[in-house]
Design a protein around this ligand. Structure first.
Ligand code: IVH
Length: 676
């Protein structure tokens, strides 16, 4: 048997290794070893500690869970108060902050450390000689609750700092939160278990941290990011906030990758805009950004006003959620006849705009959220996503509010054309059975037909299509090509000049590609990618039109359902008629469109991120696909190249983590030109 000394050394090594892998996995999202190998290390440590209890330490990763449930939390007085930040909403308020800072310091230029404002819960972690001894909530800023046992279960929080000479005392402050992807998974699990879903990641994190039984906290996907220090003892004080953050990173304490140092007001506002643009693609929710005077001596000189520092400010984003009243539910009919319930709302300012409508998705969603007319609801508008009703506040419901049934509301007929509405058993959506007889479906199919990635008829938007259909000038896409000057100038707000432009755009669209044409037809379940695959496989439209299910399924990604949609579409005489008319009107493409060239990049997968200096995303995509490459939306082990432009974000970071080749536009062009 090995001497105890060797076993102690092995146990120490295992702890180090396990904590390092925890850091790689939970803080950097870049694991180096598969889970099974990690489990082996973990089990080896558990075995050693079970056999030699004298080797077990408080900061062993095997001891993350295990504290006994509490009857209540005890109180912790913070050594240094945990203050809050003052808020700025408008650029002018940020300018005023910067001016006060400069005047307070009597300097002309200030360097700022800038970072996201995490939307989680503030906590304090006390490390004595490198070991985590206490964790507490913020509470009222002076006294918080001792949640050490719960915080120990969070794997992103080191139980031991990675340092040979840790300070005697180091209090780290930061935010506990749940990543968006983990939140979605958590709510999926809650749904499956028939338990109540959490409202948002912040609430879920708060609820999880305030559990008296650490085993419950351990089962929740909490994580942590540090943003500063509290009290310290024995730390050679760094000169700047950014140096503090770099130091924390060396201790393997998670810090935000988005942190930066900028100069002056212009630097602050630029950062705000850049992070704002990427807000939705960040892995966690943020509600703004925080600006801090970088020089710590300067911070000291500026000091505090009442409960907030003068040296820092939170620049908030417009709230993405707001409360309002559901005045009614309208029903809209989409291109394929889907009936979509749309909430009519009392106007409310959310996500930076006034919102009056929000989608309710379908009947299942209405049932799940139990939405009733007259309810007080929470509306969410994130980025450019269509606003949606996320939940109702049942406690504010008026007595007598009735459950809503879409089919009853429309009396089982399409509100636009009066055709029967059907709801297939395996579908969430109710559908108008009127097909192209239904003006709503006609309008939507025309808009799709004319859209940029389909026939690309410039200027053919809602207003024009509405009039063309309502005045019975256009029934099918083929009718667009029969439009003349007289018909167009008869429309509202259509002067001769714009009519001529519209006619020119229609004329230009006649020359197209087979892939665009197939996509433009609006066959159910045939998106842009499938349309391209079909064009490459069949080369000629006539071949596609007569293909049977078996042949169709030889095309990549075409399964029985898609094959059936295609066959049904072409079997419909009306559709065949429209196609014939379109061809007679002069819509054409090069038949026998070749499959993409064989080249060194054939079959390679590319991901585009950020803004390239001269190519648009569509142009870059087209160039890659022309040479047989594929463009995907997300980075994975299978990605061959990431093409990164300005403001590239998490995809770039992920690619770096995975060691994927990263090129700029020039690199891409070189790669492609080698192939031309
Ligand atoms: S610094 C003395 N930095 O915002 C200043 N706070 O309103 C201490 N927060 O309670 C705060 N992200 O929970 C700071 N990058 C960040 C932050 C941040 C989120 C929270 C924190 C604090 C609240 C202040």
């Amino acid at each position: 048997m090995a001497p105890l000394q060797d076993i102690a050394t092995r146990a120490r090594q295992l702890r180090e290794e396990i904590e390092r892998h925890n850091y790689l996995y939970y803080a950097l999202d870049a694991p180096e070893i598969p889970d099974v190998e990690f489990d082996q290390l973990f089990r080896e440590l558990e075995r050693l500690e079970a056999e030699y209890p004298q080797l077990a330490t408080l900061d062993s990763p095997s001891r993350r869970v295990g504290a006994a449930p509490l009857a209540e939390f005890s109180q912790v007085a913070h050594r240094v108060p945990m203050l809050s930040l003052s808020n700025a909403f408008a650029d002018g308020e940020v300018a005023a902050f910067d001016r006060r800072v400069r005047e307070g310091l009597g300097v002309g230029t200030v360097e700022y450390a800038v970072e996201p404002k995490f939307d989680g819960l503030a906590i304090s972690l006390v490390y004595q000689n490198g070991t985590l001894v206490q964790g507490a909530t913020r509470g009222d800023g002076y006294t918080g609750e001792d949640v050490t046992g719960n915080l120990r279960t969070i794997k992103a929080i080191p139980l031991r700092l990675h340092s040979t000479h840790p300070p005697r005392l180091l209090e780290i402050r930061g935010e506990v939160l749940i990543l968006k992807k983990d939140f979605d998974k958590l709510n999926r699990q809650q749904r499956e278990k028939g338990e109540k879903e959490f409202v948002n990641p912040r609430n879920a994190a708060a609820g999880s941290l305030r559990q008296l039984d650490p085993r419950i906290t351990a089962s929740r996907p909490l994580t942590f990011f540090a943003y500063g220090l509290g009290s310290t003892d024995g730390l050679a004080p760094p000169a700047t906030h950014s140096a503090v953050m770099d130091y924390l990173e060396t201790l393997r304490v998670p810090v935000s990758r988005e942190r930066k140092v900028v100069l002056e007001l212009a630097g602050l506002l630029e950062y705000y805009a850049a992070i704002g643009a990427r807000r939705d693609s960040l892995p966690y929710d943020i509600d703004g950004v925080v600006y801090k005077v970088n020089d710590l001596a300067w911070q000291g000189r500026l000091g505090f006003v009442s409960r907030a520092p003068r040296f820092a400010v939170a620049h908030k984003f417009p709230a993405q959620e707001a409360m309002t009243e559901l005045l009614g539910i309208d029903v809209q009919v989409g291109r394929t006849g889907t009936l979509t319930p749309v909430a009519r709302l009392k106007p409310v300012f959310v996500g930076g705009v006034t919102v009056t409508n929000a989608t309710l998705h379908n009947q299942d969603e209405i049932d799940r959220k139990d939405v009733r007319i007259g309810d007080t609801v929470i509306v969410r508008r994130a980025g450019d996503v269509i606003p949606e009703v996320v939940r109702v506040l049942p406690e504010r419901r008026q007595p007598g509010a009735k459950a809503y049934s879409l089919l009853d509301a429309v009396e089982h007929v399409c509100p636009v054309c009066g055709s029967h509405v059907i709801r297939l058993p395996d579908e969430a959506a109710a559908r108008c059975s009127g097909g192209l007889f239904c003006p709503a479906q006609r309008k939507q199919s025309l808009l799709h037909f004319a859209s940029r990635r389909a026939m690309d008829i410039e200027g053919m938007g809602d207003r024009l299509v509405d009039q063309l259909v309502d005045k019975n000038l256009v029934n099918t896409p083929a009718d667009l090509y029969a439009l003349g000057m007289n018909a167009l100038v008869s429309l509202d707000r259509m002067a001769e000049k714009s009519a001529a432009n519209a006619l020119a755009a229609i004329e230009t669209s006649k020359k197209t590609t087979l892939a665009r044409f197939i996509y433009a037809l609006g066959i159910r379940n045939v998106g842009e990618a499938t349309a391209k695959d079909l064009a490459h496989h069949f080369e000629k439209l006539d071949a596609l039109m007569v293909a049977d299910a078996e042949e169709l399924q030889q095309v990549p990604d075409v399964g029985p359902i898609v094959a059936q949609s295609i066959s049904q579409f072409f079997a419909e005489p009306h559709n065949a008629g429209v196609i014939k008319q379109l061809r007679e009107a002069g819509v054409r493409w090069e038949e026998g469109e070749r499959a993409p060239m064989q080249s060194a990049i054939s079959g390679k997968t590319f991901v585009l991120t950020g803004t390239l200096p001269s190519l648009t995303r569509d142009e870059a995509k087209e160039k890659i696909e022309l040479r047989g490459g594929k463009v995907s939306g997300s980075v994975s082990q299978k990605t061959d190249y990431v093409i990164a432009g300005a403001e590239a974000g998490s995809k770039l970071a992920k690619a770096q983590g995975l060691g994927v080749t990263i090129l700029g536009e020039a690199g891409l062009m070189e790669l492609l030109e080698g192939e031309a």
